[in-house]
Design a binder for this molecule. Structure first.
Ligand code: PMP
Length: 455
């Protein structure tokens, strides 16, 4: 159900047209680069990059810390940070040093042999998240896929349960939503599903313990795969008692719990799991921990690791379905070690979260000052504004409060004035390099956008 978000639609359309024209004028080299990419599927390296309010993406020339410079020479304060891949800031010095040393001095990007960095990373992840045994992938998607396979194997159950309007990467089992009749249906746009998703998956709304219990009672769910707060349909925070309820229901029904901390890592050095005292059986993560270099990881409880390694019938070494040639490669491991031990430290998180509080506070005041029916949510170093107040409490209502034309206008207005938000959200992420001055710059431009919108 589209919302009117409290803005005049004709005025919004006229302002959006003006911003699109400005965007085109300001970015001739990006436009030319896009025009010259005729041999790319959809003209972009990856079709997601067509998610851009301006009709063509900005092409990157350079990026450092919390700044990106495009091909046309415009510099941006980057609150997108690669949708979390660059939460450590772009090219932090310790990561550049570690990767350069690995590649240039020591050599060996792809060896299928371990380096000692991996054990240091495993120990650091265990310290942060409380799960003792770790394994690596190249993406959070693969970490989720492999965790799902392991838990199906160990439980002997066929299905995975996720929250409606979750995102866990391109994981087949996760592309399910709660339909209008309350039953699970394929998510709209699901590309080439291998089978009807209801044969592999169950679904419940976030913050709905009764719905979760109803689905778990079938006794066929191997694992609940969830983010401790939804972050991919706007931020949806857990209601008091909800996450404790999820843990006790999963235990009651013999279902494992996977916390996907790929985005909720923003909550603190040990993600939401440590910040909120959660006890998942498996934790998956990716993106930020590599400081920009591809990596994914999953952590297992001792009980799970023991029972999996004791199963002679499972091929965990060759072609059993869990593994990737480049996973755990020396470059990923060097980058992750440097990111965790030198960049995304406990002190850095404290500063990032303070910066995010300043962001949320300022945006909240601007929304209130303009009398808009919007809200702002903060999850540690991550902040998001929504066109609904109060903030939605589940995925379906959050999806219904989306307003793509308004979102596009704000993204373009900000981009035309040197501010980048995540194209898929109104999401702003703080890196260790992001300053309160950067936040003030956002507020100045965001305030001007609201004044333009509301007159
Ligand atoms: N899990 C979550 C919660 C995510 O937000 C994402 C990506 N946005 C993924 C997994 C997948 O990450 P990747 O695309 O790097 O595999």
């Amino acid at each position: 159900m589209p919302t009117d978000s409290g803005v005049d639609r004709a005025r919004l359309a006229a302002l959006a047209a003006r911003e699109r024209a400005t965007y085109e004028q300001r970015h001739p080299r990006s436009a030319a680069a896009y025009a010259n990419a005729g041999h790319l599927f959809g003209r972009v390296p990856m079709t997601w990059m067509n998610k851009t309010a301006g009709g063509f993406p900005l092409y990157v020339d350079r990026a450092r810390g919390a700044r990106v410079t495009d091909l046309d020479g415009h510099e941006y304060v980057d609150f997108c940070l690669g949708d979390t891949g660059a939460m450590a800031g772009h090219s932090p010095a310790p990561v550049v040093e570690a990767v350069t040393r690995r590649l240039a001095e020591l050599g060996g990007a792809s060896t299928m042999l371990p380096t000692e960095d991996a054990a240091v990373v495993g120990a650091d992840l265990a310290r942060r998240f409380g799960l003792p045994y770790w394994s690596f992938a190249l993406t959070a998607t693969d970490a989720n896929r492999w965790a799902i396979r392991l838990l199906r194997a160990v439980s002997g159950r066929p299905k995975i349960l996720v929250n409606s309007y979750c995102y866990h990467g391109s994981v087949d089992e996760s592309l399910i939503v709660v339909g209008p009749d309350g039953h699970g249906v394929s998510r709209a746009g699901n590309v080439g599903a291998p089978t009807d998703v209801t044969t592999t998956s169950r679904v419940a709304e976030f913050n709905d313990l009764a719905g979760l219990e109803r689905e778990l009672a079938h006794g066929d769910v191997a694992a609940v795969l969830m983010e401790p707060a939804l972050t991919n349909i706007g931020i949806v925070l857990p209601a008091p008692g909800y996450l404790a309820g999820v843990r006790s229901l999963t235990r009651k029904h013999g279902t494992y719990l996977i916390n996907d901390e790929t985005h909720t890592f923003s909550a603190g050095p040990g993600g939401a799991t440590a910040a909120w005292g959660l006890q998942p059986d498996v934790l998956t993560i990716g993106k930020a921990i590599g400081g920009g270099i591809p990596v994914g990881a999953y952590g297992l409880s001792a009980e799970l690791a023991d029972s999996l390694l004791g199963r002679a019938d499972l091929d965990l070494v060759d072609m059993g379905g869990v593994g990737g040639t480049l996973a755990g490669n020396p470059v990923s491991m060097a980058a992750t070690r440097a990111t965790l031990t030198e960049v995304l430290t406990d002190d850095a998180f404290a500063r990032m979260i303070d910066t995010a509080a300043a962001f949320a506070d300022g945006v909240g005041k601007l929304i209130e000052g303009h009398g808009l029916p919007w809200s702002v949510s903060q999850l540690g170093a991550r902040v998001e504004y929504r066109f609904a107040n109060p903030a939605p409490v589940d995925g379906t209502s959050s999806a219904a409060s989306a307003d793509p034309p308004l979102e596009d206008f704000l993204h373009l207005y900000l981009a035309n004035r040197g501010i980048l938000l995540t194209p898929f959200h109104n999401m702003a992420l703080m890196s260790p390099a992001t300053t309160v001055d950067d936040v003030d710059r956002h507020h100045e431009v965001f305030g001007a956008a609201l004044t333009a919108l509301l007159g």
